[in-house]
Design a binder for this molecule. Structure first.
Ligand code: C2E
Ligand code: MG
Ligand code: MG
Ligand code: MG
Length: 282
């Protein structure tokens, strides 16, 4: 019996594994042409100033609307893009689209774009970003690049150079998913981050409690001393918003405020704010 069961189980296992593998191969094969076929699009999720309740930034999040597979999330195809090297082309396209959208928004609203380590280490990476900014006519200070700590694992000069070169023209950097990786205060000391994004596992879910609360307080304190914005990711309830605001986080992002939306809806969210924006600035 045990043998039969064992064999059945391993057979089932092989089937799921090969199904995953087939899907991966398909994604790999189709990703290159997806851009040309217009199947990819950039969605925008607002990041809110927790003092004023207004939109400070939109984070660009890529989506793939596959004709047969439906909506694919970046967690499924970005890793494939990284492995195959397509991430460089894809990343340049994403930055260009995001910069174009941002150029239509009020000047005090910034755009945040996620960058993969591989993208940053590719030759001409900084130039690709500069080209996207120039073509869109977007001031570099309105672009923020989100990187994760994994970028610094195999530091080979290219990263430092990339960050230096773009910081020099006014591009800003945010440390994404803080607390999930190899969180080292050394990175915060070494690189000119203007923002730290506290991972959503500290904000909602099973791990949230006294300890995560203390950590958020400590990071917020660090942010205020170093004049960095601290963003709480993954805010889904008003209680979570209050907790992180009371802890000292300056910005918030999450489904409580809005999911990532297409460009026309992002523009609509901004125009709904326009009255107060004009009153506040003029
Ligand atoms: P991330 O940069 O940390 O982006 C935040 C992710 O959390 C997004 O998932 C967003 O939809 C999700 N999120 C936001 N608020 C909430 C919330 O309240 N609750 C929950 N449960 N989730 C929330 P998404 O769009 O699926 O992206 C996943 C990851 O894929 C991103 O994590 C980022 O690392 C990567 N990614 C997305 N777009 C790009 C891109 O254009 N280029 C690169 N290189 N990576 C990207
Ligand atoms: Mg991000
Ligand atoms: Mg994040
Ligand atoms: Mg993430």
């Amino acid at each position: 019996h045990a043998k039969v069961n064992g064999r059945r189980q391993s057979c089932f296992y092989d089937q799921t594994m090969s199904r995953d593998l087939v899907r991966r191969r398909e994604i790999e094969a189709e990703l290159r042409s997806a851009i040309v076929k217009n199947e990819l699009s950039i969605f925008f999720q607002p990041i809110i100033d927790l003092d004023t309740g207004r939109i400070k930034t939109f984070e660009a999040l890529v989506r793939w609307f596959h004709p047969e597979k439906g909506e694919l999330k970046p967690d499924e195809f970005i890793p494939v893009a990284e492995e195959t090297g397509v991430i460089v082309t894809l990343g340049n396209w994403i930055t260009a689209q995001a910069a174009k959208a941002a150029a239509q928004w009020p000047e005090d609203v910034t755009i945040a774009v996620n960058l993969s380590p591989l993208q940053i280490k590719a030759p001409g990476a900084a130039l690709g970003i500069m080209n996207a900014l120039r073509e869109a006519g977007l001031d570099p200070s309105r672009l923020e690049l989100e990187v994760t700590e994994s970028l610094f694992l195999d530091d080979h000069g290219a990263t430092e150079h990339f960050i230096e070169e773009l910081s020099a023209i006014g591009v800003r950097f945010a440390l994404d998913d803080f607390g999930t990786g190899y969180s080292s205060l050394g990175y915060i000391q070494k690189y000119p981050f203007s923002k730290i994004k506290v991972d959503r596992s500290f904000v909602s879910g099973p791990n949230v409690g006294k300890k995560t609360d203390a950590i958020i307080h400590a990071v917020a304190e660090l942010g205020s001393k170093l004049e960095m914005d601290i963003v709480a990711e993954g805010l889904e309830t008003i209680d979570q918003v209050r907790t992180v605001r009371d802890a000292g986080c300056t910005l918030g992002q999450g489904y409580y405020f809005s999911r990532a939306v297409p460009d026309y809806l992002a523009a609509m969210l901004l125009s709904q704010e326009e009255d107060t924006r004009i009153r506040a600035t003029g």
